[in-house]
Design a protein around this ligand. Structure first.
Ligand code: FE
Ligand code: FE
Ligand code: FE
Length: 178
């Protein structure tokens, strides 16, 4: 790969995100299915719909550039999602699994926030006004998803994971015996 201009870097980074989003499209339904909290399930499903729109924005940007969105694999997203998939195979307490799914999802969102922040700035520098707007919209969605995940974690899921069902049962037994 020859990185001879900011324009080249811009296209490369967009292709990386395009590939990352397609990997995320495949992973989100599995994560929604694995979640126990109905709010977390809803959160993943909503973000799946948003992600479809994000891919459409990228399609539009590539169409305007007259370039193909394909040709790059995001190795980092593959790694992040592989770690997430390992959770699905684990023998886990539902509330602990939910906390773990949030932790995995937030890693994904932070990667996207970094990526979209960069391409949005490049688009602006290169004078691609329409693309700047589209990329800013996606960046805002990724940020708000990250914030929603934090709220779910801090609001209930992490605290439920502190004392999952099994432990609750045994501590109730202990209390009953005492
Ligand atoms: Fe995304
Ligand atoms: Fe990447
Ligand atoms: Fe996202």
């Amino acid at each position: 790969m020859k990185l001879d201009s900011l324009e080249t870097l811009y296209v490369e980074e967009l292709r990386d995100l395009y590939n990352a989003e397609h990997q995320i499209l495949k992973a989100l339904p599995k994560m929604a299915k694995a979640a126990s909290s109905s709010n977390l399930q809803k959160g993943f499903q909503e973000h799946l719909q948003q992600t479809k729109g994000q891919v459409e924005r990228l399609d539009q940007i590539f169409a305007d550039l007259g370039k193909s969105p394909k040709g790059k694999k995001c190795e980092a997203m593959e790694g992040l999602l592989k770690e997430g998939a390992e959770l699905l195979d684990a023998e886990a307490e539902p509330s602990v699994l939910d906390a773990a799914l949030i932790a995995a999802a937030q890693r994904v969102e932070h990667y996207e926030i970094a990526g979209y922040g960069c391409v949005r700035t490049y688009a602006k520098l290169l004078g691609h006004g329409e693309a700047t707007t589209l990329l800013q919209q996606t960046l805002d969605e990724e940020k708000s998803t990250d914030e929603k995940l934090t709220k779910l974690a801090v609001g209930s899921i992490n605290t439920e994971a502190v004392e999952p069902e099994e432990q609750k049962k045994s501590s109730t037994q202990k209390r009953a015996r005492a």
